[in-house]
Design a protein around this ligand. Structure first.
Ligand SMILES: *Cc1c(COP(=O)(O)O)cnc(C)c1O
Length: 399
């Protein structure tokens, strides 16, 4: 057998990217895992911060940095990083800033996975944890220990939409030299900028309202202190919590319309909350923008609007809840939030299924309880969809 390959064989090789005196308006998607450097001196200059550039995508890439800079601007900070998910952002805070022997206090209604991290994972690493009600700064103070190094709260709780005493907790953290981390996913920087209120760290699940289209899983974290920010960046690269370029590129596109989406969704939520409260069969409406909300005064002082999340309860238990979902095909029954369209979630069968029934009942999370992430639809269509769904829950119009 002779080797039939010769130099005339067609070959494929990489070609240089075309030069252009103009630049694209839209950020290019840059999926390259690795970057080609001019030589060892050029790499030294990059790693020593004397020249800009990238080396390896896990350590940083332009799509992540562009998106991070956009969120930094919204949060009024700089040097934030994008992570592979919201939970990666929560995780990197812990991995970068805590050590065995430290103690963490978390809000008692944190996002479910954050709760699980505090309950199971941190203790396994020698980090003790406790939960406290963040609507009551005295309760948080009572949970502190000499070893407490971090407090993690969400300003608006899920799904009961209680509003934390951010000023009280920030004062405590400052007095005791404890890092205050605020997961700002629910409130968003249009509602509140935690770093302006004394937080040391701000965290997002970018997956939700910021990206806004349920097609990218990402997180974000920024630290007020540049030394803290540098530790976050290093830990994210070391533990591999950094994001994929395509997700960042999608989220950048989504984020451009975030202020408009948020304004429209919040206006819709306020009107829908009032509409629901007038419907027969609705036992309760929970919306921080309504005067009957337990934290209404605090919400008005802290958040610009009532936000785009609301909750309500129908009578009739699981059967009524199931009828409601069946009668509302236009309202996606999906356990997420922050999509451009309205989504309905039923905490008892999803986010809060592991929470003991008595604890759920104490928080008002019953079989008839729904959380609504309000989208940007026409308000008339939304009202009609909920009117029909609530009527079906009550056993009218749907057999
Ligand atoms: C969804 C969510 C997270 C986790 O974000 P992922 O992107 O799903 O990892 C954390 N905190 C809050 C408040 C969330 O809603």
């Amino acid at each position: 057998m002779t080797d039939r390959r010769n130099s005339a064989e067609p070959t494929v090789r990489r070609m240089p990217w075309p030069d252009s005196a103009s630049r694209p308006l839209v950020s290019p998607l840059q999926p390259s895992v690795v970057y080609v450097a001019a030589g060892p001196d050029a790499l030294d200059a990059q790693y020593e911060g004397r020249a800009p550039g990238y080396a390896y995508a896990r350590e940083g890439h332009p799509n992540a940095d562009t998106l991070a800079a956009m969120i930094d601007a919204l949060e009024g900070t700089s040097g934030g990083i994008v992570t592979g998910s919201g939970m990666a952002a929560v995780g990197v805070a812990m991995l970068a800033l805590l050590r065995a022997g430290d103690h963490v206090v978390g809000g008692d209604q944190l996002y479910g996975r954050s709760m699980r991290m505090l309950a199971d994972d941190l203790p396994r690493l020698g980090i003790a944890t406790a939960l406290a009600d963040p609507t009551d700064a005295a309760a948080v103070a009572a949970a502190l220990r000499p070893a407490t190094r971090m407090i993690l709260i969400e300003v608006v709780s899920n799904p009961t939409l209680r509003v934390a005493d951010l000023a009280g907790i920030a004062a405590l953290a400052r007095d005791r030299g404890i890092l205050l981390a605020v997961d700002n996913t629910f409130t968003t920087p249009r509602g509140l900028r935690p770093l302006d209120h004394g937080a040391d760290l701000v965290i997002h699940s970018v997956t939700k309202l910021l990206a806004g289209h349920s097609d990218a899983t990402l997180g974000y974290i920024a630290g007020r202190d540049p030394a803290v920010a540098a530790r976050l960046r290093t830990a994210a690269a070391t533990w591999g919590l950094t994001p994929a370029p395509f997700d960042c590129w999608l989220a950048e596109r989504g984020l451009l319309s975030f202020p408009l989406r948020h304004e429209r969704a919040s206006a819709n939520a306020a009107r829908l909350a009032d509409h629901l409260a007038r419907l027969p069969g609705v036992v309760r409406v929970v919306y921080p923008g309504r005067a009957d909300h337990p934290d209404h005064a605090r919400a008005r002082g802290l958040l610009g609007s009532g936000g785009s999340m609301l909750a309500f309860e129908v009578a009739g238990g699981r059967a009524a809840a199931s009828r409601l979902v069946r009668a509302a095909p236009a309202l996606a029954f999906a356990p997420t939030l922050g999509d451009i369209a309205t989504t309905l979630s039923h905490p008892v069968s999803s986010s809060h299924r592991e929470v003991p029934k008595a604890a759920r009942a104490a928080a008002g999370i019953t079989e008839g309880f729904f959380r609504v992430s309000v989208g940007v639809e026409e308000i008339g269509a939304l009202r009609d969809a909920f009117t029909a769904a609530v009527a079906a829950a009550a056993g009218q119009g749907d057999s």
